[in-house]
Design a protein around this ligand. Structure first.
Ligand code: UDP
Length: 250
């Protein structure tokens, strides 16, 4: 897989120089190979800053088969560090593309996470947009250990090829890593708030704001309680500027 060879590290977190197309090709190859569960992480500056303090999360990101740059801050940082990335690969735009290709190729999807009812609504929307798409299971559940075994069983019984997990970072990515050896899906991906966007429960920033790299501002205005979490953004910028040499490390 050529994409997985080309990567850089920002503050220790590996980022693959992947486009949406590359990601879809990786998924296709992994489903065709069918040998194990591959993990995809959609990293943002917030992921990078959480991983500076959470060693388990850092280990998961470093072990993931594919870490794409979902977050404009990472694209800016990569350019500043002299290793530009091809494009922003978001879960929110990636999941509809995955659904499109899944309908064409017959991949079976399972949607796990978000508030009760949201994954079902997102599934209905995706099937409506992609006739023939097979969504073989949806479940809100939670990343709590008590629910773990039952969820793994449910996902395996569904016969899904790919699992999308919306528990937010780092919980979703830790959940996937913890269950990687017991899951029968060929690909598992953390998708954050994507089901909320697809279901229309939470509005996505207008395209002009996304183009101006202001999606974070839109989210802050709509969900002001996120301000504390979003302080990680300026801290990320500061860390990259301050440690130019160390920022781009292995
Ligand atoms: N979520 C969940 N269970 C949890 C924590 C979060 O289902 O224990 C869901 C939440 O409903 C939302 C998604 O995780 O749909 C992602 O949350 P957030 O917007 O915080 O993630 P981000 O996109 O910022 O990674």
């Amino acid at each position: 897989m050529q994409t997985t060879e080309h990567r850089l590290h920002i503050l220790g977190v590996p980022l693959h120089a992947a486009t949406f197309e590359n990601m879809l090709d990786c998924i296709a190859a992994w489903i065709a190979a069918g040998n194990r569960t591959h993990q995809i992480c959609t990293a943002s500056p917030e992921f990078v800053m959480i991983a500076q303090e959470d060693t388990a999360f850092m280990a998961v990101l470093r072990a993931a088969d594919l870490c794409v740059a979902d977050g404009v801050g990472l694209l800016f940082a990569a350019r500043y560090l002299g290793r530009p990335l091809p494009e922003r690969v978001t879960g929110s735009d990636g999941v509809p593309l995955i659904a499109q290709r899944a309908a064409r190729e017959g991949w079976r999807l399972f949607l796990l996470g978000a508030a009760p009812g949201v994954a079902e609504q997102a599934a209905a929307r995706l099937v409506e947009q992609n006739p023939g798409l097979q969504i073989v299971g949806t479940y809100a559940g939670s990343p709590a250990p008590e629910e773990n075994d039952a969820i793994v069983q449910m996902v395996n019984d569904s016969g899904a090829d790919m699992l999308l997990v919306a528990y937010g970072a780092p919980k979703q990515d830790l959940w996937i890593a913890r269950n990687q050896d017991r899951l029968n899906v060929k690909v598992a991906m953390g998708v954050g708030g994507t089901f909320d966007f697809i279901a229309g429960v939470v509005p996505r920033a207008p395209v002009w704001m996304q183009r101006l790299a202001l999606e974070w501002l839109f989210r802050l205005i709509r969900q002001p309680w996120r301000w504390r979490r979003m302080l990680r953004l300026p801290r990320f910028v500061w860390a990259v500027l301050r440690h130019r040499e160390r920022a781009l490390n292995e």
